[in-house]
Every structure is written in structure tokens, then in C-alpha cells.
Design a protein around this ligand. Structure first.
Ligand code: COA
Length: 302
């Protein structure tokens, strides 16, 4: 089996489709709300929750349609506490109302992965097969991104400060781009399942995988074997805004944050990555391509 034909087992995760986008946008907004990057880049989130929803909708739409990306989701039984996990303003966006699928399941976690440059997997994860599509600010649905929840200068500063480290460590690498879980379903293993699918894909392909993690994402990536390369401090800033009645301007401190740049080296594929088939060979075949294994220093240490 060629590497291009093998995938990590889809145990409790699946590839996302564009039909999932409303729920994915809800999960992303609800989860990322707790990340300091969200608070830093979207200081007007309470005033423009539809813009936050639409921006995640189009971001994940582009990723699902991008041949160089993979978007996977994790599902669970719908909880009656589902709406409690959304911040107050987001609850007012009608499209965030939870709708379970025919199996009674609902998406509770999402993860996007950028493939390494030159990957033989480009185009494998899109429902329509290979088709090259440029990065767009809106996906094929045409949902408009107004970004009134964001502070343009904050995003610019964020990109400027994090750019050199990202270029140094992450350019051209497979990358764990985003992972978010709906807060109602935290600590049930969804985040780990999504991250582990990404690291298993990297192991099958024998490539390193990088991440630029917010402080809220460091524990889960360290647990998955990512190692620190650099920490980047994104400085605080002051936000001037008019009061609700359009009166005097007030100044707010928006706290900075430390970004954690990590890389995980590829490991020997694990034997548990198998898929059941009707194959006469006992019904079980390895779900990765055999390739020579060169022992690394860490494999030999006692
Ligand atoms: C980080 C996040 C994806 C974890 O999702 P999750 O489904 O709760 O993760 P898991 O249940 O698999 O937990 C994995 C580990 O993450 C760590 N972790 C998860 N939530 C945590 C919390 N609230 N406090 C401290 N550690 C936490 C723990 O080490 C945990 O392992 P343990 O339960 O064995 O102690 C989720 O909290 C989230 O969406 N946060 C906001 C978005 C974000 O910061 N994403 C990461 C950007 S890089």
C-alpha cells in the first residue's frame, strides 16, 4: 500500500464536509472564546457575534475545500447543557442552535491540519477529489466576512510578532493549525483524539508536525509529544472604545499572551493503527505503509 493510500483509523473522528460548517463555526467560536488569542484579536466579540460566527464559517470552509488541508471533527451525544457552553452573545446567533444528526450525534470538536509542502496527500481529503482552489476570503457558499468583531491593528501586530518564529520553525511543515472543543464537552478526550489523529497521520508519512499554540493549547500538545522550540511574547495593547450610548471614549487594557511554538518528530507507527476488512488474512491488515525504520537516539535510550 502506498503512503498516499493509507490513513490513520477514524476512531470517533471523521472528515468534515461543508454541510457541517454551521456547527463547526459554533464549536470553534465557543471553544476559541477561552483562548487568549481570541480575546486579543476579537475585542468586539460581544457586539458582533455573527461576524465571529461567519469568520469561522469561512475559515473552515476554505480549509475543507483546500487540497492542502484536512479538517476533522469529533462527535458526541448531544447534551441538554449544549447552549450553556456558548458565551452570551453567541447564543443570540440563530445558526448556533444545536441539531443532532440521524445517529443522535453532534459535532463537539474540530481540528484543521495543513499538509507539508510536497506532500503526496494533497487533494486526498476533499469530497470531490483533487481540485486546486486558491485561498479565498469567502468560500464557495459566499458567506460574507465583515470582521467587525476584530481589531485590525491587533491582528496585524499578532502576525508581525509571531511571523519570524513561524517562518523559522513551521514553514513548509505539516502543521496542527487549529483545534477547538465546545466547552460543554471538555475533558472527555475529544481534543486528544483530534490531535492524535494528526500525529498518527504525521507518523505514517514520517514527517514532523508543528504547532503555534495558545497557552490554553500547550498541555494537550505537550501530551501529544510536541517539543518547545520557542516562546513568542505578544504584547498587551490599549483599546479605545466609545461607550454604548456613543458618549465618551474609554480605554481598556487588552492583555498580551505567550505563543508556544512546538514541533513533534515522527515516530515509528503504532501497531494499534489497524483497520478491519473482509480480507482473508484474518480480517485485519496494518493501516500504514511499510517503510524502513531507522532507530533514533530516543528509541534506543533505556
Ligand atoms: C484545549 C482543548 C482543545 C482541550 O479539549 P478537551 O476535549 O477538553 O481535551 P481532552 O479531554 O482530550 O484533554 C486533554 C488534556 O488537555 C489538558 N486540558 C484540557 N482541558 C484543560 C483545562 N481546562 N485545564 C487544564 N488542562 C486541560 C489536560 O492535560 C487534559 O488531559 P487530562 O484530562 O488527562 O488531564 C479545549 O480546552 C479548547 O477548545 N480550548 C480552547 C481553544 C484552544 O485553546 N485551543 C488550542 C489552541 S492551540
Amino acid at each position: 500500500m502506498s503512503p498516499e493510500a493509507s490513513f490513520p483509523a477514524f476512531d470517533n473522528v471523521r472528515l468534515a464536509t461543508t454541510k457541517d460548517l454551521a456547527r463547526i463555526a459554533t464549536v470553534a467560536a465557543a471553544g476559541f472564546y477561552w483562548s487568549p488569542v481570541f480575546q486579543f484579536q476579537r475585542p468586539y466579540f460581544a457586539d458582533f457575534p455573527e461576524d465571529t460566527f461567519n469568520s469561522y464559517f469561512t475559515e473552515y470552509e476554505s480549509a475543507i475545500e483546500d487540497p492542502g488541508s484536512v479538517v476533522i471533527v469529533s462527535e458526541d451525544d448531544v447534551s441538554e447543557k449544549d447552549p450553556d457552553g456558548l458565551y452570551e452573545a453567541l447564543r443570540k446567533v440563530p445558526s448556533t442552535y444545536p441539531r443532532q444528526d440521524a445517529n443522535g450525534k453532534i459535532i463537539v470538536g474540530v481540528c484543521s491540519i495543513t499538509l507539508n509542502s510536497g506532500s503526496g496527500r494533497v487533494g486526498q481529503f476533499q469530497p470531490g477529489g483533487k481540485h486546486v482552489r486558491p485561498h479565498l476570503t469567502t468560500g464557495s457558499s459566499g458567506v460574507k466576512m465583515q470582521q467587525r468583531d476584530q481589531h485590525g491593528c491587533a491582528t496585524e501586530m499578532y502576525n508581525k510578532l509571531s511571523g519570524p518564529a513561524k517562518a523559522k520553525y513551521l514553514a513548509g511543515q505539516m502543521r496542527l493549525s487549529t483545534v477547538a472543543v465546545h466547552p460543554t464537552y471538555w475533558r472527555r478526550g475529544h481534543g486528544s483524539r483530534l490531535v492524535n489523529w494528526c500525529t498518527r497521520l504525521a507518523d505514517i508519512d514520517g514527517v514532523p508536525v508543528g504547532v503555534s499554540a495558545a497557552p490554553t493549547g500547550v498541555a494537550i500538545t505537550v501530551k501529544a509529544g510536541f517539543e518547545e522550540q520557542e516562546r513568542v511574547w505578544i504584547a498587551d495593547y490599549k483599546l479605545k472604545r466609545k461607550s454604548a450610548n456613543g458618549g465618551d471614549q474609554t480605554e481598556h487594557d487588552i492583555p498580551g499572551l505567550e505563543l508556544w511554538i512546538g514541533i513533534r518528530k515522527p515516530r515509528h507507527p503504532q501497531v494499534r493503527n489497524v483497520v478491519q476488512t473482509d480480507c482473508p488474512m484474518n480480517g485485519v491488515i496494518p493501516f500504514w505503509s511499510p517503510r524502513p525504520w531507522v532507530p533514533q537516539a530516543e528509541d534506543l535510550s533505556l
